[in-house]
Design a protein around this ligand. Structure first.
Ligand SMILES: Nc1nc2c(ncn2[C@@H]2O[C@H](COP(=O)(O)OP(=O)(O)OP(=O)(O)O)[C@@H](O)[C@H]2O)c(=O)[nH]1
Ligand SMILES: [Mg+2]
Ligand SMILES: [Zn+2]
Length: 283
């Protein structure tokens, strides 16, 4: 029997097989072989025993979820206000995992102009959605636009990820953090691992939020691979242009002309410096 793991709690795995769920345990040998089933895994069952984990497309460590197609990067328009450096770093890390980023601006009920399209101006290279967990229609619209697949929600603490999952799944029991008045963010309440089955082969996984993030270590020259908006330009004079001090750089030119976002470019330079410093420290 084949199935997919939707939930893991203390060594028990809820496996979806056709329209039912079976609570199963992994074969004893897995531990010996250093294999651990993950939420999202496609597995082979014999009765209530998981006997085989099918090859994975990818595996995230935190959260421990396998076979992710896309990430919904959730940033609230207010409380907390979006940290665009964090967003730009998150886009890089998600792309580096081979996962497709989508951008979701949440809590649009907190601003007068709804949807606040200007916030999304720099991100026309991504699918962008505007939602409020207080406005059911905005969530229905989002779900209608998602193609079948497994989506992981990621973003800063307090952005409304868990609230969104609760609304979409039509339930209230998953923990939602009381927003801390001082920091205006949630209290890291999201810890368990679960895929929410929304039907139509759309699955969502919640993740705990964070305040800051390190870009994955890579060669400085690779960084531009993760800036899709740079790719639409003509090539620079030098093949190995870092778009920094080099002459006749198309990226700098595009920033000057207002075709490319100044803020995105500033973040690019900042992250580039970080990667260079990290590289120097290795020596
Ligand atoms: N006004 C408004 N408040 C919201 C909305 N969505 C969530 N909130 C509130 O924002 C706070 C944080 O929401 P959560 O859903 O816990 O946020 P989270 O992204 O899961 O946070 P972490 O689990 O810490 O990463 C809670 O007090 C929610 O009630 C929204 O659409 N509008
Ligand atoms: Mg949460
Ligand atoms: Zn260049």
């Amino acid at each position: 029997m084949r199935g997919r793991i939707l939930k893991a709690v203390a060594g028990d795995y809820w496996v979806k097989v056709k329209d039912t769920q079976i609570v199963a345990r992994p074969r004893g040998l897995f531990r010996y072989e250093n294999q651990k089933p993950a939420v999202g895994d496609e597995v082979e069952l014999e009765g209530e025993t998981i006997v085989k984990i099918l090859p994975r497309k990818n595996l995230l460590r935190r959260p421990f979820v396998a076979n992710i197609d896309a990430a919904l990067l959730v940033f609230s328009v207010k409380d907390p206000t979006p940290d665009f450096l964090l967003l730009d770093k998150l886009i890089i890390n998600v792309l580096a995992e081979g996962i497709e980023p989508h951008l979701v601006f949440s809590k649009t009920d907190l601003v007068e102009e709804d949807p606040p399209f200007d916030l999304a101006e720099d991100y026309s290279f991504l699918p962008v959605y505007f939602i409020s967990n207080m406005k059911k229609a905005s969530l229905e619209k989002l779900i209608k636009e998602l193609v079948p697949g497994t989506y992981v929600l990621a973003g800063p603490s307090g952005a409304g990820k868990s609230s969104m999952i609760n609304q979409l799944a039509g339930r209230t029991e998953a923990p939602v953090g009381e927003i801390s008045q001082r920091l205006r963010r949630g209290k890291h309440t999201t810890r368990h691992h679960e895929l929410i089955d929304l039907g139509g082969d759309v699955y969502l996984a919640d993740t705990p939020g964070f305040q800051n993030l390190e870009v994955k270590t890579m060669e400085p020259i690779e960084l531009q691979d993760y800036f899709p908006d740079f790719h639409e330009l003509d090539p620079c004079q030098f093949d190995d242009c870092l778009h920094d001090q080099e002459p006749r750089c198309q990226v700098k030119e595009a920033v000057k002309e207002g075709i490319l976002s100044q803020r995105r470019y500033d973040h690019y330079l900042r992250i580039l410096r970080e990667l260079m410093e990290r590289k120097e420290k290795q020596w």
